[in-house]
Design a protein around this ligand. Structure first.
Ligand code: PLP
Length: 401
Protein backbone atom coordinates (compact mmCIF):
# COMPACT_ATOMS: atom_id res chain seq x y z
CA UNK A 1 0.00 0.00 0.00
CA UNK A 2 1.13 3.55 -0.60
CA UNK A 3 -0.78 4.94 2.33
CA UNK A 4 1.90 4.72 5.03
CA UNK A 5 1.49 7.61 7.48
CA UNK A 6 5.07 7.54 8.76
CA UNK A 7 7.58 6.87 6.02
CA UNK A 8 10.31 9.17 7.35
CA UNK A 9 13.48 7.14 6.83
CA UNK A 10 15.51 8.84 9.61
CA UNK A 11 12.95 7.74 12.17
CA UNK A 12 13.45 4.16 11.11
CA UNK A 13 16.85 4.13 12.79
CA UNK A 14 15.30 4.22 16.21
CA UNK A 15 11.80 2.87 15.65
CA UNK A 16 11.53 -0.87 16.18
CA UNK A 17 11.09 -3.00 13.05
CA UNK A 18 7.59 -4.29 13.87
CA UNK A 19 6.37 -0.74 14.47
CA UNK A 20 7.89 0.46 11.19
CA UNK A 21 6.11 -2.38 9.44
CA UNK A 22 2.71 -1.55 10.92
CA UNK A 23 0.30 1.16 9.80
CA UNK A 24 -2.53 3.06 11.41
CA UNK A 25 -5.63 1.20 10.28
CA UNK A 26 -7.04 2.59 7.05
CA UNK A 27 -10.35 3.09 8.86
CA UNK A 28 -8.76 5.70 11.10
CA UNK A 29 -6.63 7.11 8.25
CA UNK A 30 -9.77 7.70 6.21
CA UNK A 31 -11.53 9.16 9.26
CA UNK A 32 -8.62 11.59 9.74
CA UNK A 33 -8.51 12.48 6.05
CA UNK A 34 -12.26 13.01 5.88
CA UNK A 35 -12.08 15.28 8.97
CA UNK A 36 -9.95 17.59 6.79
CA UNK A 37 -12.61 17.74 4.07
CA UNK A 38 -15.22 20.18 5.24
CA UNK A 39 -18.72 18.72 5.17
CA UNK A 40 -17.62 15.24 4.07
CA UNK A 41 -20.30 12.54 4.43
CA UNK A 42 -18.48 9.79 6.28
CA UNK A 43 -19.29 6.09 6.15
CA UNK A 44 -15.84 5.13 7.37
CA UNK A 45 -15.78 4.47 11.08
CA UNK A 46 -18.03 1.96 12.84
CA UNK A 47 -18.92 4.29 15.70
CA UNK A 48 -22.64 3.93 16.44
CA UNK A 49 -24.48 7.26 16.31
CA UNK A 50 -26.42 6.38 19.50
CA UNK A 51 -25.93 7.98 22.90
CA UNK A 52 -24.93 5.71 25.77
CA UNK A 53 -28.32 4.67 27.25
CA UNK A 54 -29.75 7.07 29.81
CA UNK A 55 -29.87 4.49 32.57
CA UNK A 56 -26.09 4.01 32.35
CA UNK A 57 -25.33 7.74 32.21
CA UNK A 58 -27.56 8.45 35.22
CA UNK A 59 -26.18 5.47 37.14
CA UNK A 60 -22.62 6.69 36.68
CA UNK A 61 -23.60 10.22 37.72
CA UNK A 62 -24.98 8.77 40.95
CA UNK A 63 -21.88 6.64 41.53
CA UNK A 64 -19.64 9.68 41.03
CA UNK A 65 -21.42 11.27 43.97
CA UNK A 66 -21.68 8.21 46.16
CA UNK A 67 -18.66 5.99 45.51
CA UNK A 68 -15.59 7.44 47.24
CA UNK A 69 -13.35 4.91 45.48
CA UNK A 70 -14.49 5.60 41.93
CA UNK A 71 -11.34 7.61 41.21
CA UNK A 72 -8.99 4.85 42.36
CA UNK A 73 -7.36 1.86 40.70
CA UNK A 74 -9.26 -1.41 40.81
CA UNK A 75 -7.79 -4.89 41.01
CA UNK A 76 -5.97 -5.61 37.72
CA UNK A 77 -8.61 -8.07 36.53
CA UNK A 78 -11.44 -5.72 37.38
CA UNK A 79 -14.04 -5.00 40.05
CA UNK A 80 -15.30 -8.24 41.64
CA UNK A 81 -18.92 -7.05 41.31
CA UNK A 82 -18.50 -6.51 37.60
CA UNK A 83 -16.79 -9.90 37.14
CA UNK A 84 -19.71 -11.54 38.97
CA UNK A 85 -22.17 -9.81 36.65
CA UNK A 86 -20.11 -10.94 33.65
CA UNK A 87 -20.33 -14.54 34.89
CA UNK A 88 -24.14 -14.24 35.11
CA UNK A 89 -24.40 -12.61 31.68
CA UNK A 90 -22.13 -15.18 30.07
CA UNK A 91 -24.14 -18.05 31.58
CA UNK A 92 -27.36 -16.51 30.23
CA UNK A 93 -25.88 -15.97 26.75
CA UNK A 94 -24.01 -19.25 26.35
CA UNK A 95 -25.18 -21.69 29.04
CA UNK A 96 -21.57 -21.93 30.25
CA UNK A 97 -20.71 -21.17 33.87
CA UNK A 98 -17.25 -19.74 34.46
CA UNK A 99 -15.42 -18.57 37.57
CA UNK A 100 -15.17 -14.82 38.17
CA UNK A 101 -11.69 -15.12 39.69
CA UNK A 102 -10.20 -17.74 37.40
CA UNK A 103 -11.66 -16.94 34.01
CA UNK A 104 -12.79 -13.30 33.76
CA UNK A 105 -10.61 -10.32 32.90
CA UNK A 106 -12.16 -6.87 32.47
CA UNK A 107 -10.56 -5.06 29.53
CA UNK A 108 -10.49 -1.57 28.09
CA UNK A 109 -12.36 -2.91 25.05
CA UNK A 110 -11.73 -5.77 22.65
CA UNK A 111 -8.78 -4.06 20.96
CA UNK A 112 -6.95 -3.93 24.28
CA UNK A 113 -8.05 -7.48 25.08
CA UNK A 114 -6.78 -8.80 21.75
CA UNK A 115 -3.50 -6.91 21.88
CA UNK A 116 -2.95 -8.38 25.35
CA UNK A 117 -3.65 -11.86 24.01
CA UNK A 118 -1.39 -11.48 20.98
CA UNK A 119 1.37 -10.28 23.31
CA UNK A 120 0.83 -13.38 25.44
CA UNK A 121 0.87 -15.96 22.66
CA UNK A 122 3.08 -14.66 19.82
CA UNK A 123 6.81 -15.36 19.59
CA UNK A 124 8.49 -13.64 16.62
CA UNK A 125 7.37 -15.40 13.45
CA UNK A 126 4.36 -17.15 14.99
CA UNK A 127 1.22 -17.28 12.91
CA UNK A 128 -2.35 -16.20 13.55
CA UNK A 129 -5.06 -17.17 11.09
CA UNK A 130 -7.41 -14.32 10.15
CA UNK A 131 -10.36 -14.43 7.81
CA UNK A 132 -9.73 -12.43 4.64
CA UNK A 133 -11.50 -10.07 4.59
CA UNK A 134 -11.22 -9.54 8.33
CA UNK A 135 -10.99 -6.68 10.81
CA UNK A 136 -8.21 -4.24 9.80
CA UNK A 137 -6.72 -3.72 13.26
CA UNK A 138 -6.12 -7.43 13.88
CA UNK A 139 -3.56 -7.42 11.05
CA UNK A 140 -1.72 -4.46 12.62
CA UNK A 141 -1.82 -5.86 16.15
CA UNK A 142 -0.19 -9.09 14.98
CA UNK A 143 2.48 -7.15 13.08
CA UNK A 144 3.25 -5.14 16.20
CA UNK A 145 3.96 -8.41 18.05
CA UNK A 146 6.30 -9.49 15.23
CA UNK A 147 3.87 -12.23 14.23
CA UNK A 148 2.46 -13.16 10.82
CA UNK A 149 -1.19 -13.10 9.91
CA UNK A 150 -2.20 -15.96 7.66
CA UNK A 151 -5.02 -15.14 5.30
CA UNK A 152 -8.03 -17.50 5.32
CA UNK A 153 -10.10 -16.51 2.31
CA UNK A 154 -13.85 -16.16 2.75
CA UNK A 155 -16.02 -17.23 -0.16
CA UNK A 156 -17.57 -14.16 -1.80
CA UNK A 157 -19.69 -16.26 -4.19
CA UNK A 158 -21.31 -17.86 -1.16
CA UNK A 159 -22.00 -14.54 0.50
CA UNK A 160 -18.63 -14.40 2.29
CA UNK A 161 -19.04 -17.80 3.96
CA UNK A 162 -16.21 -19.61 5.75
CA UNK A 163 -14.29 -22.15 3.68
CA UNK A 164 -13.61 -24.71 6.40
CA UNK A 165 -12.13 -27.24 3.98
CA UNK A 166 -9.29 -24.81 3.32
CA UNK A 167 -8.45 -24.34 7.01
CA UNK A 168 -6.32 -27.42 7.85
CA UNK A 169 -3.82 -26.61 5.11
CA UNK A 170 -3.19 -23.19 6.68
CA UNK A 171 -2.15 -24.65 10.02
CA UNK A 172 1.60 -25.07 10.65
CA UNK A 173 3.66 -25.74 13.77
CA UNK A 174 3.86 -21.95 14.18
CA UNK A 175 0.08 -21.42 14.26
CA UNK A 176 -1.11 -20.10 17.60
CA UNK A 177 -4.69 -19.01 17.04
CA UNK A 178 -7.62 -18.41 14.71
CA UNK A 179 -9.60 -15.19 15.09
CA UNK A 180 -13.34 -15.32 14.43
CA UNK A 181 -15.75 -12.37 14.24
CA UNK A 182 -19.43 -13.23 13.60
CA UNK A 183 -21.32 -11.25 12.43
CA UNK A 184 -18.24 -10.28 10.51
CA UNK A 185 -16.63 -6.92 10.13
CA UNK A 186 -16.40 -5.93 7.24
CA UNK A 187 -18.82 -8.28 5.41
CA UNK A 188 -21.76 -8.55 7.85
CA UNK A 189 -21.76 -12.32 7.35
CA UNK A 190 -23.12 -14.54 10.14
CA UNK A 191 -21.07 -17.73 10.00
CA UNK A 192 -22.91 -21.02 9.86
CA UNK A 193 -23.21 -23.02 13.12
CA UNK A 194 -22.07 -26.37 11.70
CA UNK A 195 -19.06 -24.71 10.07
CA UNK A 196 -18.10 -22.91 13.28
CA UNK A 197 -18.29 -26.18 15.19
CA UNK A 198 -15.96 -27.77 12.63
CA UNK A 199 -13.54 -24.85 13.06
CA UNK A 200 -13.63 -25.48 16.82
CA UNK A 201 -12.88 -29.17 16.32
CA UNK A 202 -9.97 -28.43 14.01
CA UNK A 203 -8.56 -25.94 16.55
CA UNK A 204 -8.85 -28.49 19.34
CA UNK A 205 -7.22 -31.25 17.31
CA UNK A 206 -4.25 -28.99 16.57
CA UNK A 207 -4.23 -27.50 20.07
CA UNK A 208 -4.57 -23.93 18.86
CA UNK A 209 -6.66 -21.15 20.32
CA UNK A 210 -9.85 -19.65 18.99
CA UNK A 211 -10.14 -15.95 19.73
CA UNK A 212 -13.80 -15.03 19.42
CA UNK A 213 -13.98 -11.25 19.05
CA UNK A 214 -17.62 -10.31 19.60
CA UNK A 215 -18.73 -6.72 19.09
CA UNK A 216 -21.80 -7.44 16.96
CA UNK A 217 -23.79 -10.48 18.13
CA UNK A 218 -26.61 -8.19 19.29
CA UNK A 219 -27.13 -6.94 15.74
CA UNK A 220 -28.44 -9.89 13.74
CA UNK A 221 -31.85 -8.59 12.53
CA UNK A 222 -34.06 -11.31 10.99
CA UNK A 223 -31.16 -13.75 11.29
CA UNK A 224 -31.11 -14.00 15.10
CA UNK A 225 -31.83 -17.72 15.16
CA UNK A 226 -28.93 -18.38 12.79
CA UNK A 227 -26.36 -16.69 14.99
CA UNK A 228 -24.30 -19.21 16.93
CA UNK A 229 -21.95 -18.33 19.76
CA UNK A 230 -19.00 -20.73 19.60
CA UNK A 231 -18.26 -19.89 23.26
CA UNK A 232 -21.31 -22.03 24.13
CA UNK A 233 -19.48 -25.25 23.16
CA UNK A 234 -18.40 -26.90 26.41
CA UNK A 235 -15.63 -29.01 24.90
CA UNK A 236 -13.91 -25.87 23.58
CA UNK A 237 -13.48 -24.11 26.91
CA UNK A 238 -9.75 -24.89 27.14
CA UNK A 239 -9.09 -23.62 23.62
CA UNK A 240 -11.23 -20.54 23.40
CA UNK A 241 -11.16 -16.93 24.53
CA UNK A 242 -14.43 -15.03 24.24
CA UNK A 243 -14.13 -11.24 24.01
CA UNK A 244 -17.20 -9.05 24.44
CA UNK A 245 -17.16 -5.29 24.07
CA UNK A 246 -19.68 -2.73 25.33
CA UNK A 247 -18.62 -0.37 22.50
CA UNK A 248 -21.36 -1.23 20.04
CA UNK A 249 -24.18 -3.06 21.85
CA UNK A 250 -24.24 -0.44 24.64
CA UNK A 251 -23.06 2.54 22.52
CA UNK A 252 -20.08 2.88 24.86
CA UNK A 253 -17.18 3.09 22.38
CA UNK A 254 -15.62 6.02 24.23
CA UNK A 255 -15.78 4.39 27.64
CA UNK A 256 -13.36 1.65 26.52
CA UNK A 257 -14.86 -1.37 28.24
CA UNK A 258 -15.02 -5.08 27.50
CA UNK A 259 -14.32 -8.44 29.05
CA UNK A 260 -12.55 -11.67 28.26
CA UNK A 261 -13.63 -15.16 29.32
CA UNK A 262 -10.56 -17.35 29.14
CA UNK A 263 -8.89 -20.52 30.42
CA UNK A 264 -7.47 -19.96 33.92
CA UNK A 265 -3.86 -20.65 32.91
CA UNK A 266 -4.08 -18.07 30.12
CA UNK A 267 -5.63 -15.47 32.42
CA UNK A 268 -2.58 -15.75 34.70
CA UNK A 269 -0.30 -14.90 31.76
CA UNK A 270 -2.59 -12.21 30.38
CA UNK A 271 -2.63 -10.45 33.73
CA UNK A 272 1.13 -9.89 33.47
CA UNK A 273 0.67 -7.99 30.20
CA UNK A 274 -2.52 -6.24 31.29
CA UNK A 275 -0.96 -5.05 34.57
CA UNK A 276 2.28 -3.91 32.94
CA UNK A 277 0.44 -1.95 30.24
CA UNK A 278 -2.67 -0.62 31.92
CA UNK A 279 -2.80 -1.65 35.62
CA UNK A 280 -6.57 -1.82 35.30
CA UNK A 281 -9.44 -0.76 33.07
CA UNK A 282 -10.57 2.75 34.14
CA UNK A 283 -12.67 2.44 37.28
CA UNK A 284 -15.39 4.80 36.07
CA UNK A 285 -15.90 2.67 32.96
CA UNK A 286 -16.11 -0.48 35.04
CA UNK A 287 -18.75 1.25 37.19
CA UNK A 288 -20.66 2.01 33.99
CA UNK A 289 -20.39 -1.69 33.14
CA UNK A 290 -21.90 -2.61 36.51
CA UNK A 291 -24.85 -0.33 35.85
CA UNK A 292 -25.21 -1.72 32.31
CA UNK A 293 -25.22 -5.37 33.33
CA UNK A 294 -27.46 -4.79 36.38
CA UNK A 295 -30.39 -3.76 34.18
CA UNK A 296 -32.13 -5.53 31.34
CA UNK A 297 -30.69 -4.21 28.05
CA UNK A 298 -33.97 -2.58 26.98
CA UNK A 299 -32.24 -0.19 24.58
CA UNK A 300 -31.02 -2.99 22.33
CA UNK A 301 -34.29 -3.67 20.50
CA UNK A 302 -34.45 0.02 19.56
CA UNK A 303 -30.79 0.10 18.42
CA UNK A 304 -31.37 -2.96 16.29
CA UNK A 305 -34.60 -1.61 14.81
CA UNK A 306 -32.90 1.62 13.75
CA UNK A 307 -29.86 -0.20 12.34
CA UNK A 308 -32.15 -2.51 10.41
CA UNK A 309 -33.87 0.51 8.82
CA UNK A 310 -30.49 1.93 7.93
CA UNK A 311 -29.48 -1.41 6.42
CA UNK A 312 -32.59 -1.31 4.20
CA UNK A 313 -31.83 2.27 3.23
CA UNK A 314 -28.18 1.67 2.29
CA UNK A 315 -29.12 -1.44 0.27
CA UNK A 316 -31.81 0.54 -1.60
CA UNK A 317 -29.29 3.26 -2.33
CA UNK A 318 -26.66 0.73 -3.49
CA UNK A 319 -29.27 -0.83 -5.79
CA UNK A 320 -29.41 2.48 -7.66
CA UNK A 321 -25.69 2.27 -8.48
CA UNK A 322 -25.41 -1.23 -10.00
CA UNK A 323 -22.81 -0.05 -12.54
CA UNK A 324 -20.55 1.05 -9.67
CA UNK A 325 -21.12 -1.46 -6.86
CA UNK A 326 -22.17 -5.09 -6.47
CA UNK A 327 -22.83 -6.24 -2.95
CA UNK A 328 -23.94 -9.09 -0.72
CA UNK A 329 -26.74 -8.03 1.63
CA UNK A 330 -25.25 -7.94 5.14
CA UNK A 331 -26.82 -10.38 7.60
CA UNK A 332 -25.63 -8.70 10.77
CA UNK A 333 -23.33 -6.03 12.27
CA UNK A 334 -23.63 -2.68 10.45
CA UNK A 335 -21.28 -2.83 7.51
CA UNK A 336 -21.67 -3.54 3.82
CA UNK A 337 -18.69 -4.52 1.71
CA UNK A 338 -19.50 -3.83 -1.94
CA UNK A 339 -17.26 -4.83 -4.83
CA UNK A 340 -16.32 -1.91 -7.07
CA UNK A 341 -17.44 -2.88 -10.56
CA UNK A 342 -16.67 0.50 -12.12
CA UNK A 343 -13.21 0.94 -13.61
CA UNK A 344 -10.67 1.78 -10.91
CA UNK A 345 -6.99 1.25 -10.14
CA UNK A 346 -7.31 0.00 -6.57
CA UNK A 347 -9.56 0.42 -3.55
CA UNK A 348 -7.34 3.01 -1.90
CA UNK A 349 -7.19 5.22 -5.01
CA UNK A 350 -10.95 4.82 -5.54
CA UNK A 351 -11.64 5.89 -1.93
CA UNK A 352 -9.30 8.88 -2.05
CA UNK A 353 -10.85 10.08 -5.33
CA UNK A 354 -14.32 9.66 -3.87
CA UNK A 355 -13.36 11.73 -0.84
CA UNK A 356 -11.80 14.56 -2.80
CA UNK A 357 -14.13 14.60 -5.80
CA UNK A 358 -17.47 13.74 -4.16
CA UNK A 359 -16.84 14.49 -0.46
CA UNK A 360 -17.81 10.95 0.53
CA UNK A 361 -15.60 8.91 2.87
CA UNK A 362 -15.57 5.10 2.71
CA UNK A 363 -12.86 2.70 3.84
CA UNK A 364 -10.77 0.96 1.16
CA UNK A 365 -11.35 -2.79 1.27
CA UNK A 366 -7.62 -3.50 1.05
CA UNK A 367 -7.44 -2.53 4.75
CA UNK A 368 -9.30 -5.75 5.52
CA UNK A 369 -7.01 -8.11 3.61
CA UNK A 370 -5.95 -8.92 0.08
CA UNK A 371 -9.45 -10.03 -0.94
CA UNK A 372 -10.70 -6.49 -0.35
CA UNK A 373 -8.51 -4.93 -3.03
CA UNK A 374 -11.56 -4.22 -5.22
CA UNK A 375 -14.01 -3.42 -2.43
CA UNK A 376 -14.92 -0.65 -0.05
CA UNK A 377 -16.49 -0.86 3.38
CA UNK A 378 -19.44 1.35 4.23
CA UNK A 379 -20.60 1.64 7.84
CA UNK A 380 -24.34 2.27 8.15
CA UNK A 381 -24.35 3.03 11.89
CA UNK A 382 -24.69 6.72 10.97
CA UNK A 383 -27.97 8.69 10.67
CA UNK A 384 -30.19 8.33 7.56
CA UNK A 385 -29.26 11.86 6.50
CA UNK A 386 -25.58 10.93 6.30
CA UNK A 387 -26.34 7.79 4.26
CA UNK A 388 -28.60 9.79 1.93
CA UNK A 389 -26.12 12.64 1.59
CA UNK A 390 -23.30 10.21 0.77
CA UNK A 391 -25.38 8.45 -1.90
CA UNK A 392 -26.85 11.66 -3.37
CA UNK A 393 -23.28 12.82 -3.84
CA UNK A 394 -22.14 9.49 -5.29
CA UNK A 395 -25.07 9.44 -7.74
CA UNK A 396 -24.18 12.93 -8.81
CA UNK A 397 -20.49 12.06 -9.13
CA UNK A 398 -20.92 8.77 -10.98
CA UNK A 399 -23.83 9.84 -13.20
CA UNK A 400 -22.78 13.38 -14.03
CA UNK A 401 -19.20 13.70 -12.72
C1 PLP B 1 -14.13 -6.89 14.99
C2 PLP B 1 -13.85 -5.76 15.91
N1 PLP B 1 -13.09 -5.96 16.98
C3 PLP B 1 -12.83 -4.97 17.85
C4 PLP B 1 -13.32 -3.70 17.63
C5 PLP B 1 -13.00 -2.63 18.60
O1 PLP B 1 -13.66 -2.89 19.79
P1 PLP B 1 -13.38 -2.05 21.11
O2 PLP B 1 -14.01 -0.70 20.95
O3 PLP B 1 -13.99 -2.86 22.17
O4 PLP B 1 -11.90 -1.96 21.27
C6 PLP B 1 -14.11 -3.44 16.51
C7 PLP B 1 -14.59 -2.08 16.24
O5 PLP B 1 -14.99 -1.73 15.17
C8 PLP B 1 -14.38 -4.51 15.64
O6 PLP B 1 -15.16 -4.34 14.56
Amino acid sequence: MTNSVDSNKSHQNWVARPVCAAEISAIKQMAMLSAQVEGAASLTWGVPSFKTPEIIRRGVQRLLDEDDDIGKYTLPDGLPELRDLVVETHARETGITVDAKENVLITAGNMQGLSTLFRVIINPGDEIILTDPGFASHFQQIKLCDGHSVSWALNEQQGWALDVDALPALITEKTKAIVIVSPSNPTGKIFDEAQLIRVGEIARQHNILILLDDPYSNFTYENRSRHFNLASVKSLQDNLVYLFTFSKAYAMSGWRLGYMIMPAALKKQALKVHDANLICTPHISQSAGIVALSHPPNHMAEFEKILNQRRTLICQRLDRLPHIFEYVKPEGAYYVFPRIVAEHSNAWGFSIDLLHEAKVAVTPGSAFGSLGESHVRMAYCVPDETINLAFDRMEDYFWHG
